[in-house]
Design a protein. Structure first.
Length: 460
């Protein structure tokens, strides 16, 4: 079996890109505002609305901070606590007073984000109030993003945090205003969750290959997200299926193409082995990987025309995937026992759990591919009518969520050019996998169609 390179053309299959800038904030649901111009690169962050009464600093906290500053610039040791969720490791803090206020900076280790609290003088009370709270990404690495997403998702759950430093008798709380622009807040929270899923998968991939370190890009394309999911599932499952309407093989030998047989002459199966796979420019030694399409159909006629000219050059071949199901088999990992693969992943999750809540650890196993949309359900239903050889008068209608199963139910109608027609059957499409769970039998569809046609004929 020949080897080839592969690329996937995403369509309506719920692969969404990620803009890391949207996730580099202190709290994912808060509106973005420009971080201070003095923030050093790559210190990403943004200011966040604060709900802390009138945001004033109480006299006890102020006295503790003044005491710290009087220690000739020596840092004090403290800890950030997200109540009920997370306690960050102890770290050094510095406070600097100026004419118009003061700034508290943390200096964490082990890739945890830096906390900056800016306070300004309050003329109304002759004291100080919190102006801005900023969380800065430690580094554009997988470890940096691992810690960063842990913190912002913990803040999202708790709605605030406290800074505790017993050595200077310091303890004060900061609360976020979570009511500001709720729709934007929900969107940003979903993006943060998706970033957390992706980063934990990348971390697992790094750990599986010696000396492998990724630089996290500013933007993950849909293709990037898809490839991370494919590699992660390949090394944790061995054999699995993802959804896509199209699949493009970039280099396939003409000797492996028979234009007289499916899927080149009509809908049918096709399998091909691929290697190697590159992820963010890093070549991964994964062993043989086979891609299988069960319901494929050649897209376009250009390939057939070129082959008729007896070309010997490798071909780029695109297929329509009529059932949206693409199966990968990572041979080296498929040969391992399921127990062995599970033990390896559980060890990784146990290590993550040393530093983050279980609910964030669990994100590593959540799919990066979204649920089947209404549009994708329509595509799958239309593909089903093609590969079951139903005449074009059998038309899928608008999908609806089935109340009893939560999956997509797609009515199939028999429709004539005059506009007359009626319901003759249904498909039930799994909302997560896109697999057709059940359908009216072809025989029953045809019988109902014949009865409907007879009714319409006599009605005319």
């Amino acid at each position: 079996m020949a080897l080839m390179n592969v690329s996937v053309v995403p369509t309506e299959t719920a692969w969404q890109g990620i803009d890391a800038e949207q996730v580099s904030a202190g709290v994912p649901w808060l509106p973005e505002r420009k971080a201070p111009a003095t923030a050093p690169s790559p210190a990403k962050g943004r200011n966040a609305p604060i709900r802390n009464a009138d945001r004033s600093i109480d006299s006890g906290t102020l006295a503790s901070l003044r005491q710290s500053e009087s220690r000739d610039g020596h840092p004090f040791v403290g800890r950030v606590v997200v109540p009920g969720v997370l306690s960050l490791p102890e770290q050094n803090f510095m406070v600097r007073f100026s004419k118009h206020g003061f700034v508290i900076n943390s200096y964490p280790l082990d890739s945890w984000p830096q906390l900056v609290i800016e306070c300004e003088s309050n003329s109304a009370t002759q004291g100080y109030k919190i102006k801005d709270v900023i969380w800065r990404l430690a580094a554009e690495t997988v470890d940096g993003w691992l810690r960063h997403t842990c913190v912002i998702l913990s803040l999202a759950k708790a709605g605030g945090f406290s800074v505790e430093a017993p050595s200077i008798d310091l303890a004060f709380d900061v609360k976020y205003d979570t009511s500001f622009e709720p729709e934007q807040s929900e969107l940003e929270h979903r993006v943060a969750l998706q970033m957390a899923r992706l980063i934990r998968k990348l971390k697992y991939i790094e750990d599986r290959f010696k000396n492998l370190k990724f630089r996290v890009p500013d933007v993950f394309s849909p293709e990037d997200v898809q490839l991370v999911e494919i590699v992660f599932r390949g090394i944790t499952e061995g054999v699995f299926t993802v959804r896509s309407r199209d699949y493009t093989f970039t280099r396939i030998s003409p000797s492996h193409i028979d234009i007289s047989r499916p899927p080149f002459s009509g809908p049918g199966p096709f399998s091909y082995r691929i290697e190697p796979i590159k992820l963010f420019g890093k070549q991964l030694i994964l062993g043989p990987v086979t891609v299988s399409l069960d319901k494929a159909e050649l897209a376009g006629i250009g390939l057939v025309e070129r082959l008729q000219k007896r070309t010997t050059l490798p071909e780029k071949v695109r297929f329509e995937v009529l059932d949206n199901q693409i199966t990968y088999r990572f041979e080296s990992y498929a040969r391992e026992s399921r127990k062995h693969r599970a033990q390896r992943l559980n060890r990784f999750k146990k290590e993550l759990a040393r530093h983050e809540p279980e609910e964030i650890v669990a994100l590593v196993e959540e799919s990066l591919q979204g649920d089947v949309s209404r549009r994708e359900a329509s595509q799958i239903a239309m593909g089903w009518t093609f590969y079951t050889n139903l005449p074009d008068r059998y038309c899928p209608q608008e999908p609806e969520i089935d109340a009893s199963t939560g999956h997509w139910r797609v009515p199939i109608w028999l429709v004539y050019a005059s506009g007359e027609g009626g319901h003759v059957g249904d498909l039930l499409i799994h909302k997560k996998t896109g697999v057709i769970v059940s359908h009216t039998s072809i025989e029953e569809l045809r019988n109902k169609a014949m009865a409907l046609a007879d009714t319409l004929l006599h009605a005319g």
